[in-house]
Design a binder for this molecule. Structure first.
Ligand SMILES: [Zn+2]
Ligand SMILES: [Zn+2]
Length: 192
């Protein structure tokens, strides 16, 4: 566990007032209890303990050991559907491994695995690697990614259907005209 104020230092305890993790520099001991420097400062200046923001302190963007708020745990559809595109937008660079899905034969296994991992770990990784204004801000942005993911998927399905309809139409026209693949097309089309 790392200090909530200095993400590069190890924590040695938690503040009794706000719950933030403290390193030796942030720690203030009083009456055999541990407090943090900011809390003691506020207490001395105002005579009361500071209010803890709803949802706790914002730990986003403080690295791989940051606490992840319970509200944002869960499946990330944006990461699952958009993989590396979502990763670039959320500073989750490991998602670029999804680009390996272009490797013939085995690529799809890597791609599918990465999709599932990003679905499971996406929220956690995005919270830790990027600074967000709040949990609500994070959720709002991730919701937009979900919609973009769904829109992208819908566009892909429409494209595939359009190509299928086109090929089917060409096949029907060809069979109506009596063209088959063994036919010499020069016979069919009168010479110009
Ligand atoms: Zn405190
Ligand atoms: Zn500290």
């Amino acid at each position: 566990m790392k200090c909530s104020i200095h993400p590069d230092r190890d924590a040695i305890g938690a503040c009794l007032s706000c719950g933030r993790l403290v390193c030796p520099e942030c720690k203030v001991s009083a009456a055999n209890q541990i407090y943090c420097n900011p809390c003691i400062e506020t207490r001395l200046k105002t005579g009361s303990w500071p209010a803890v923001p709803a949802g706790g302190y914002n730990t986003s963007g403080t690295g791989s050991t940051a606490d992840v708020p319970a509200e944002i745990r869960g499946w990330n559809w944006g990461g699952f559907l958009l993989t590396w595109i979502w990763g670039i937008g959320n500073n989750v660079w490991i998602s670029l491994l999804a680009l390996l899905s272009f490797i013939p034969y085995i690529g799809w296994i890597i791609g599918l695995t990465m999709r599932i991992i990003l679905g499971i770990k996406g929220n956690e990784w995005a919270w830790r690697s990027k600074k967000w204004d709040s949990v609500d801000h994070f959720k709002q942005v991730q919701r937009k990614w979900t919609w973009w993911g769904i829109a992208g998927l819908a566009a892909l399905i429409i494209l595939v259907l359009a190509v299928a309809v086109l090929l089917f139409s060409l096949f029907m026209i060809a069979s109506y005209l009596g063209i088959d693949k063994n036919m010499n097309l020069e016979e069919f089309f009168p010479k110009l």
